[in-house]
Each structure stands twice: as C-alpha cells, then as structure tokens.
Design a protein around this ligand. Structure first.
Ligand code: PDD
Length: 284
C-alpha cells in the first residue's frame, strides 16, 4: 500500500511523523474521506470545498490548490491496486514545540493521504439493516468542522458496539437529532424524508447532499428542518448515510424495531437511486 506523506509517495510502513506533530499532541488538524469508484474520486470538488471550510475554520492555510490536490490524489489512486478505494486525507498544523498557541512563524503542515480498498455494505447487511442506539450529543459546537480530534465520536461509536449495535444516533439538548457518530441520519415518516439542517451541530455530509438531490430529482417528499427526538423514536424508517456505508437502513433502535423492523420502501428507493447514480455518473 502506497501512501503520500508531505511531498513523497512511499510504502505505508515507511511513512513516519514526529511525536511533536500537533496532530499527535493536540489533535490539531482536519481530514476528509473520499470514495473512489472505478478509479474516479466521487464528488471531488465538493470534498475539496468541505476541506477548505475545515481548514478555514481552524485557520490553517490550504497546502495545495485544487488542481494540485487533484493531481496528487489521482497519482495515489493510480499507485494503488483496487478499482474502488477510499481516500483518507489528513492535514495537521505541523511539528512544533508543545504550546497550545499556533507556532510563530507558522511551520509546514503535515499532509498525509492514504488509500484503502472500499468495501461497501454486503447484501446481507442491506437486507437486514443495522441496529443503533441513541445517546446525548456531548460534542462541541463546531461539528461542521471535519476535525481529526474525534474522541467524542470514538466514545459514542464504542457505546453502540458495546450494546451490540453498529451506530449511535446523537440527540442534542434532549430535544433534536443531530447525526450518527460517523454518519448522517434521515428519518422517514408517512412517506416524507426528514433531514436535519446543515448547521454548526453536524458534519455536512457529501452523501447527505447526494441523497437530498436524488430525493428532489425523483419527486420524493422531503423536508430539511430540525428533527425532534420523538420523531426519531416514532419513525417509520431510519436511514444512515456516509461515504463508506453509502445508504443503509437502521431497523432496530434502542432495542425496538423501527417501523416494521425491516428495511422499508424509502430505503429501497434511495438505495437504488444511489446505486444508479454511482453507475451512471462514476463508472462510465
Ligand atoms: N465519516 N457525520 C460524521 C460525524 C461523520 O464522521 C461522517 C463521515 C458523516 C458523513 O459524511 P460523508 O457523507 O461526507 O461521508 C457525517 C467518515 C466516513 C469517517 O470519519 O470515516
């Protein structure tokens, strides 16, 4: 497996960073996850735009222009074997003496990119759906930044695993749903798709955008607005989206079936539309 580290392509075992890297010391950095289908990066412009938003939000200069990113990522895709991959981009504020304040003068950022084989959910999981739990959203107020400091998300995901589930749906202030520990969540009620608004309390998912675009283009009734906790517990269907999971049904929540307890009609429709979109836009 070939990775990119600050100017060099090299085998992953040779990619080394300093223990003083501010990513290691403070979690001072941002990241992106980009699916690659048939060696083409999915929604690259949108991912690079979100990366720019994350970098701007932490006042870190983008080390590359979009043209440079595109060249670099395509080179990494070409150097790795699988046709379908996912790229992980990780940019930190670089190596400096330990001090919370930004280094003055600024140091070179650390830029790391790796590619992994993309394995989308297997047929059995698509057919059964997954189980989830709910938990209070105890994160900070800038969840729109794709920050590498993911400790709350790690603990929330592990809470689900420890309960024999796959994901945790987060509830803010006991009132409304934000997202999953590493995914966005949609609620379906009476044929309407409900999505929480892209604000500072959730990560603006690229898959979330695709799903809403597909809903709009195919006459699926949808609303983007705050989704209340009781709408989550009374949902006919719950859907999870992310770059690596695409669209999945959540069929059990807090130990109870969601709707019929089986993936529903909205899941079937959106999953099909998503697969068609991938095939038509990416694979040709
Ligand atoms: N996570 N919300 C959170 C907190 C996430 O971590 C993710 C993705 C999403 C979905 O965003 P997108 O559709 O752009 O993948 C929402 C990635 C996959 C990860 O951290 O591995």
């Amino acid at each position: 497996m070939t990775v990119y580290l600050s100017g060099q392509f090299l085998p992953i075992a040779e990619a080394k960073i300093s223990v003083l890297d501010r990513g290691f010391i403070f979690g001072d950095g941002v990241y992106e996850v980009i699916p690659v289908y048939s060696r083409r990066a999915f929604r690259l412009d949108e991912h690079l735009r979100r990366l720019q938003h994350s970098l701007d939000s932490i006042k870190l200069a983008n080390p590359h222009s979009n043209a440079e990113w595109t060249r670099l990522l395509n080179e990494l895709i070409a150097r790795n074997v699988p046709e379908d991959q996912y790229l992980y981009l990780h940019i930190t504020r670089g190596v400096a003496k330990r001090d919370h304040a930004f280094p003055v003068p600024p140091v070179a950022p650390t830029v790391f990119v790796m590619s992994n084989p993309l394995s989308t959910p297997p047929a059995a999981l698509l057919a059964s759906g997954i189980s989830a739990i709910t938990a209070p959203d105890n994160r900070w107020l800038r969840c729109d930044i794709k920050a590498i400091s993911l400790l709350p998300n790690v603990l929330l995901r592990q809470m689900a695993i420890d309960a024999g589930c796959a994901e945790t749906i987060m509830i803010r202030d006991g009132e409304f749903m934000t997202e999953g520990a590493a995914s966005n969540i949609f609620v379906v009620k009476n044929g309407t798709l409900l999505a929480p608004p892209k604000d500072n309390l959730m990560l603006p998912g690229i898959t979330y955008d695709v799903v809403l675009e597909l809903a709009a283009a195919n006459g699926i009734t949808h609303q983007v607005r705050k989704v209340l906790v009781r709408e989550v517990s009374n949902a006919d269907e719950l859907l999870l989206t992310s770059s690596t999971k695409e669209v999945l049904a959540i069929t059990q929540l807090d130990g109870k079936p969601v709707g019929t307890g089986k993936p529903g009609a909205m899941f079937a429709k959106l999953h099909e539309l998503y697969q068609n979109f991938k095939r038509d836009v990416m694979r040709k």
